[in-house]
Write a protein that binds this ligand. Structure first.
Ligand code: BEZ
Ligand code: MG
Length: 402
């Protein structure tokens, strides 16, 4: 059998280790959700990326199986052949419905696993079990009562892009700022990711079905896999997990829900900590953006370092736009550290005038969108800093043109 770039055999994903790990991790997720005062969720939205799944032999995709109470099935050669239901008595809780959203890279790398996940949802939906013990079945039957159609459609739970497309475009909208209402982000997400994969493994446009199944979702979850990349380092975390969170909120008529991150960056007993999105952003803000060691390291990279700082701020606003769960102090302290300290502002402007003007404008945009409410003096100082940086930028252009 073929081996991919990472040295794993795609036919053996998820591995036995990944399946065991997923059982532990989903229990941590359910425990955390309960500690936060919620009941057992009937439906969970899970974001699946390709690289994470390859590196961990399928641990995140095995979490989807674990929630539904399903195990992978292998043929006599040990190759992935489908799914099998665990008996309810052995599972010890109801089957939880899972809306799985795939990145384009996952779609490209794991066609076998896509079919297996679709089969898992179908098997759960068609199991002869009471609806209060099987939320996949409960929701699929409710869908058929309301919309007609067959179980094959009502049990579709694996969603992704159209063939050849990547991402939800929510990151591009946030970056260019040309949107009024957060529901526009949800609409774009649902349109882009509204292609359902059934047991045959081919995507079919089902944006309405996606909107419908999202209305049942009670929490969204993604694993964080790399120490180097936090949820505010790159714009793809809020594009995927943020995007689906906003789409759920729209489907639920504006009601928000918890968003969790499973920190898989540490091995052993400390691995797998489940944090709320708000906690994760706060942690990254403290350890990276507001940490002199981190930003001085960035500034050593000059032009690119300032661009990275700007990217963190834009990504932070991406989380506000998609989840509303970034604490206002984050923006206040970013403003004080990078914009209101004249020396720091001067350093940023010298290294990268474009990105430093963007920092000011993004922080102002965040206040206009009411993701934080600066006091009058802070707002005025930030506006003045922004004007100064814009003037410098014009000066740079004029000099270049002269
Ligand atoms: C992926 O592996 O699926 C992925 C990686 C980076 C950004 C988005 C998706
Ligand atoms: Mg994208």
């Amino acid at each position: 059998t073929g081996r991919n770039l990472h040295g794993f055999d795609p036919f053996r994903i998820p591995s036995a280790y990944a399946v065991r790990d997923a059982a532990r991790q989903t229990q941590r997720l359910l425990d955390r959700h309960a500690e936060d005062g919620h009941g057992l969720p009937e439906s969970v939205a899970l974001v699946l990326w390709g690289t994470d799944n390859l590196k961990t032999e399928g641990a995140p995709l095995a979490q989807a199986l674990a929630l539904m109470g399903v195990l992978p099935r292998f043929d006599s050669y040990g190759r992935l052949a489908g799914a099998t239901l665990r008996p309810l008595a052995e599972l010890g809780r109801p089957r939880i419905d899972v809306v799985m959203t795939l990145s384009g890279i996952f779609r490209d790398l794991m066609p076998l696993q896509i079919k297996m996940l679709a089969e898992a949802a179908y098997m759960a939906a068609t199991a002869d079990e009471p609806e209060d013990q099987n939320f996949v079945r409960k929701h699929a039957l409710a869908y058929m009562r309301e919309h007609g159609g067959d179980m094959e459609t009502a049990s579709l739970r694996v969603f992704g892009n159209a063939d050849g497309a990547y991402g939800s475009n929510v990151n591009m909208m946030v970056d260019n700022g040309r949107w009024e209402d957060e529901d526009e982000l949800a609409e774009t997400y649902t349109r882009r990711k509204g292609f359902a994969y059934g047991r045959a493994g081919r995507p079919v446009q089902q944006a309405k079905l996606l909107h419908h199944v999202l209305a049942d979702v009670e929490l969204a979850f993604q694993n964080l896999d790399s120490v180097e990349l936090g949820v505010t380092t790159i714009d793809t975390y809020f594009d995927t997990l943020g995007g689906i969170s906003r789409a759920v909120r729209r489907a639920k008529g504006g009601q928000s829900m918890p968003v969790y991150i499973g920190d898989q960056t540490r091995a052993g007993a400390n691995g797998g900590t489940v944090r709320t999105l708000s906690e994760q952003v706060a942690l990254e803000t403290r350890t990276r953006m507001l940490n002199p060691k981190w930003y001085e390291g960035m500034l050593e990279h000059g032009y690119e370092g300032v661009r990275q700082i700007e990217a963190h701020i834009t990504n932070t606003m991406g989380w506000s736009a998609t989840t509303g769960q970034v604490q206002p102090w984050v923006y206040k302290q970013l403003t004080e550290t990078f914009m209101l300290d004249p020396e720091m502002r001067e350093r940023l402007a010298k290294l990268n005038p474009t990105a430093s003007a963007k920092v000011a404008n993004r922080l102002l945009e965040a206040s206009e969108r009411q993701y934080w409410t600066p006091d009058a003096a802070t707002l005025q100082a930030l506006r003045r800093a922004g004007e100064e940086l814009e003037d410098r930028l014009e000066g740079v252009y004029e000099k270049a043109a002269a």
